[in-house]
Design a binder for this molecule. Structure first.
Ligand code: GAF
Length: 382
């Protein structure tokens, strides 16, 4: 529960720093559909969730700043003047990156003390990274009156990830985490960075996340590789991004690119169209169409874009076999993490039991099943 998490973080801060902190909550996200389309300036359909990062932060008179990661019980003390990415810095680089990017904008927060903790399972593809970045940029903006808009804050978070973590991510995660709306998903145009909220009610169905609890090593390098392929193909097509390309355009390029790059670019073009069709199906309350689009998205991610893995494919195949599931796909960057499933409400428990057993029998490890609530974006608690 968020309230308990906030309480723990606040009391740990008070114990260590003997003063009242500013409390910030920043959520993780799910994504209904539109995977790897954000850095192609296309469409995505994410929502903030009721899991995230709680941050306690307050100004300090000391000559250094301190961040305590409560989950890991690790403290990092640093000098604001000499910020650079740390080798194997883990969580530290997200925060140092945010401060460095603020400094690049000419915004110089002074020293501070902070404690944070989260309840997003690590590596689950639910954007604990964006939640962490956003919690700090939001907290520092408030504390030091930096007068940044939310639009600027998410760019700071994204750049921190590019320059300090080394993942050339798109804007989806930071956007959803910052701008989330209760009970809604956001149809986000990643070119204009503007979103249309959709109230989500799948009637007899609900969302189930199934975490494979695996994160294969490849994920970061493969992510940047995929982005590079998309940029290479866009350049050859003479368009700003794959969002501007059609299947016919790509056809004309077939002799100049490899068959695998062709499939990857084709996936992006098709996924972008699926997001639009998904929005229409929501408007028409057409669960069957929604489910089919999820399965098609997974097929594309697995076979064409090649960012799935055995565990994710297995879960989607089991969903396909079940009469109680309308659709499913892997969610997030890939190579592990969760699948998102549209499951009949009345059969949620039975499918959970069935798929958990099947997963254990196949891989000898446990998967985890979650229900999430679509929630408010990054905000001050007090
Ligand atoms: C990760 C990235 F951070 C996002 O920007 C997005 O590209 C996603 O993978 C894939 O859709 O979460």
């Amino acid at each position: 529960m968020i309230a308990n998490l906030v309480k723990e973080v606040e009391s740990s801060f008070k114990k260590q720093f003997k003063t009242e902190p500013l409390m910030v909550f920043s959520p993780g996200r799910i994504n209904l559909i539109g995977e790897h389309t954000d850095y192609n300036e296309g469409f995505v359909f994410p929502a903030a969730i009721n899991k995230g990062i709680a941050l306690a932060i307050q100004k300090s008179d000391a000559s250094t700043s301190q961040v305590f990661a409560l989950n890991k019980e690790e403290l990092h003390e640093f000098d604001m003047e000499t910020l650079k990415p740390l080798n194997d810095g883990g969580w530290r680089n997200y925060i140092l990156g945010v401060i460095a990017e603020l400094q690049m904008l000419g915004k110089k927060p002074a020293n501070f003390n902070s404690v944070f903790a989260g309840n997003i399972p690590g590596g689950a593809g639910m954007s604990s990274s964006a939640a962490l970045e956003n919690s700090f940029v939001y907290g520092l903006n408030e504390l030091f009156e930096l007068n940044l808009t939310k639009e600027t804050m998410i760019l700071v978070s994204q750049k921190a990830e590019h320059n300090f973590v080394g993942v050339k991510c798109g804007i989806m995660d930071q956007y959803a985490s910052m701008f989330g709306i209760t009970d809604s998903a956001l149809l986000l145009d990643c070119r204009t960075v503007t979103a249309t909220p959709y109230t989500i009610d799948f009637k007899d169905y609900e969302l189930m996340l199934i975490n494979t609890n695996v994160k294969h090593d490849l994920s970061e390098s493969a992510y940047n590789d995929r982005r590079a392929v998309c940029e290479h193909v866009s350049k050859l097509l003479n368009v700003a991004a794959l969002r501007d390309a059609s299947k016919e355009d790509l056809e004309g390029l077939k002799s100049q690119i490899s068959a695998t790059d062709y499939q990857k670019a084709l996936y992006v073009i098709q996924e972008n169209e699926r997001v639009q069709r998904f929005a229409e199906a929501i408007e028409q309350n057409d669960v069957e169409a929604l489910g089919n689009l999820l399965y098609q998205s997974h097929e594309g991610l697995s076979k064409q874009y090649q960012v799935s893995c055995a565990e994710l494919d297995f879960l989607v195949d089991r969903a396909k076999e079940s009469p109680n599931v309308a659709g499913a796909r892997m969610m997030g960057g890939g190579f592990g993490g969760c699948t998102i499933n549209l499951v009949l409400k009345s059969e949620f428990k039975s499918f959970k039991k069935e798929v958990s057993k099947q997963f254990k029998d196949e891989f000898g490890t446990e998967c985890s099943v979650y229900k999430v609530k679509l929630s408010q974006g990054t905000h001050i608690i007090k």
